[in-house]
Design a protein around this ligand. Structure first.
Ligand code: SF4
Length: 655
């Protein structure tokens, strides 16, 4: 008997219309845990590196995490992975909500989609009954509207639906997959779903998910819930409001947006408005938010309520969480009321809330600079809000200039030419980033931006404070109950970190400390993404309820395999290295590991070289960022070593 996982995947070949229930390999669970880990292994084994994102041979994998569907609080992540049309590298994106637990209860850990359907279809999974159904009547419908139609059609309001909107159908490179209260947005995974002719996957499951040692497992869950309550009553002092508690950034609950609106850039990641936040704005935005937010909502089995239902007069209700509240507002130099209005349409279209506003701001900058002209925007309104709606409508339909912009800033700039490339100043590896432009290089963030396989900073940071505390008293107070650290050296790093002087950015945290901090942060994300735990309760916030000391107990009591801290750390290292190898095999190298050039005003090339060298060494990679044969064998990734060797990417005795 398998515990925590079901031990079965659904294999759907849309070219042939075949559906197979396939038992998964228990040994791979022991090596990679589940979720992103085992999905990455499937992508490594089955998708040759030459495969284009829009090839029939590309796979689109919907995975539940190993602990999804168990009583572990916040274990609800669906991890969608494939190859990105925008970067041609691995794309993986997570969504909360209820979909992954429902899939587990239907009796499956993953849905692996291959091939392409000639007609638009949707997948209906109802326990053992699985059907590919006609979706021609859903063509052109919004993602949320599609979910409602399917629930009505199948006469069950409990069905969980992951769907694409018009953007996914039209293969917009930053199309998302929406699931009611959550979305998997980054990397263009919705475009791959559209390319496969798959409008939605609807799931209903009523089976049990078993855990190996239930009493022990429930005791661990109780401890997590008690700690969540404690942290709710004891916010962390001395950090911005948004970082004081647990969960996704509590954008739906809080009104104070001083930090985002004055630190992040407006327009095409261009202008910082340090004096934007005034009492008047705060009162106006508070009134707007309270008038449209109908209630706060949680994901499956989580008390945190990070999301909200939003009802803008005259528009259908939709759900929102996190920073998408501000992305359209700030890109358009507009206000919050506009942000809530356009986000409703964008959610139905199914587009990424980070990339989309930036692409539109980029287009308007090109118009202002005379690189694009009025002839490129026939009929576009004169006001900026009208322009954003107009552009959004054209992008998702790939009409006119919208077709160019639908490929994202990097590709659009190159198609437009005439100097447009200079306006592409906020992408990494062809992917839009958070609109941040700062003064002094931060060594920890330099490494995360440069090397993260997720290729965006969202959801790869966390655990370690983003800035030093001004006084030693504050630092001592912070480290006093910091039991989540994997090693006491992290307390020392924080105690020694000063806002100014020798022990401040960019020289501190030191090269060694910066590598250690990034290593810890990303390992925790790799564990979450394999187990399906929400980063909001684990790798993202300061002092979370899940950490390296209790995760092995959850995995052991859940699955029945014995995992200690060292083994879990090693599994996370293995997954991190495997993802690197996947991208390396597709051509990624050291030259690609860099942040946007103007992310920091003050750059330090020698220090940056040292940081990258030391990080690669810590990871067991060579000086070009390629995992060494020795490190691959040490991590039991022999098949990866063999393949890279056969391709001449690594050789015996390499550096
Ligand atoms: S912490 Fe927030 S985003 Fe995470 S599972 Fe809970 S409600 Fe969902």
């Amino acid at each position: 008997m398998r515990y925590a996982e079901t031990g079965f995947n659904l294999e759907i070949d849309l070219s042939h219309g075949s559906i197979d229930r396939v038992e998964s390999d228990l040994e791979l669970t022991k090596l990679h845990l589940g979720g992103l880990g085992t999905s990455a292994r499937i992508l490594w084994d089955r998708v040759p590196p030459e495969t284009d994102a829009f090839s029939e041979d590309n796979l689109l994998i919907f995975a539940s995490g190993l602990l999804c569907g168990t009583p572990a609080p916040g274990s609800n992540r669906t991890i969608v992975s494939t190859f990105s049309p925008q970067t041609q590298l691995l794309a993986y994106s997570m969504m909360g909500g209820f979909w992954a637990p429902e899939l587990k209860h239907a009796g499956y850990d993953k849905v692996i989609i291959s091939g392409k359907s000639p007609e638009l279809v949707y997948l209906w999974i109802h326990n053992d009954k699985v059907e590919i159904r006609d979706a021609s009547h859903l063509r052109g419908k919004g993602a949320i509207e599609t979910a409602e139609c399917i629930r009505k059609e199948l006469k069950d309001p409990e069905i969980q639906v992951a769907a694409i909107g018009l953007a996914g159908e039209n293969k917009v490179f930053y199309a998302s997959i929406e699931q009611g209260r959550s979305s998997a947005s980054r990397g263009g995974i919705g475009a791959v779903m559209g390319d496969k002719g798959l409008k939605a996957i609807a799931v209903r499951g009523t089976k049990d998910v078993n855990v190996a040692r239930p009493a022990e497992f429930m005791g661990l869950c109780d401890d997590v819930l008690k700690y969540i309550k404690f942290r709710g009553e004891n916010p962390i002092p001395g950090v911005p409001a948004i970082l004081q508690g647990l969960g996704s950034p509590q954008e739906m609950a809080i009104h104070d947006e001083q930090w985002h609106t004055t630190s992040f850039m407006w327009g095409n990641a261009r202008t910082r408005r340090k004096d934007f936040w005034t009492h008047e704005i705060e009162e106006k935005w508070r009134a707007t938010q309270e008038s449209v937010r109908t209630r706060l909502i949680s994901c499956y089995n989580c008390p945190m309520k990070c999301g909200a239902t939003i009802s803008v007069p005259g528009q259908p209700t939709y759900m929102m969480k996190c920073y998408s509240k501000l992305t359209y507002t700030m890109a358009a130099y507009s206000d919050l009321e506009f942000g809530f209005r356009i986000a409703q349409r964008a959610t139905e279209y199914g587009v990424d809330g980070f990339s989309t506003p930036q692409v539109m701001a980029f287009a308007l900058e090109l118009l202002e600079a005379g690189i694009l002209t009025d002839a490129d925007f026939p009929g576009m309104p004169a006001d900026v809000e009208g322009r954003f709606f107009w552009l959004l409508d054209r992008i998702v339909r790939r009409e006119g200039i919208g077709d160019v912009l639908a490929d994202g800033v990097y590709w659009a700039a190159r198609r437009i030419g005439k100097g447009a490339e200079k306006f592409d100043h906020n992408t990494i590896k062809k992917h839009e980033q958070l609109p941040l432009k700062l003064g002094m290089l931060n060594p920890v963030y330099y490494l995360m931006y440069s090397t993260g396989e997720k290729i965006n900073i969202t959801q790869i940071e966390g655990q370690f404070p983003q800035a030093p505390f001004p006084t030693m008293e504050e630092r001592e107070a912070f480290v006093k109950d910091w039991f989540q650290v994997p090693d006491d050296k992290f307390k020392k790093y924080l105690l020694e970190w000063e806002p100014r002087g020798e022990n401040s950015n960019p020289l501190y945290p030191s090269v060694e400390a910066s590598c250690d901090i990034v290593d810890w942060q990303e390992k925790m994300h790799y564990i979450d993404d394999a187990l399906g735990i929400c980063a909001g309760l684990s790798s993202f916030p300061l002092k979370p309820p899940y950490h390296i000391h209790n995760f092995p107990k959850f995995v052991s009591a859940g699955t029945g395999f014995q995992f200690d801290e060292a083994e879990l750390w090693k599994a996370a290292t293995r997954n991190r290295t495997l993802l690197r190898a996947i991208n390396v095999r597709r051509g990624m190298r050291r030259a690609d590991d860099k942040p946007p050039e103007d992310h920091w005003k003050k750059r330090f090339p020698d220090l940056e070289k040292k940081l990258l060298d030391a990080y690669y060494e810590l990871k067991g990679w060579n000086s070009d960022g390629i995992p060494t044969k020795e490190s691959l064998l040490e991590l039991e990734l022999d098949c990866v070593a063999e393949d890279l060797e056969q391709r001449g990417i690594i050789s015996h005795g390499q550096d």
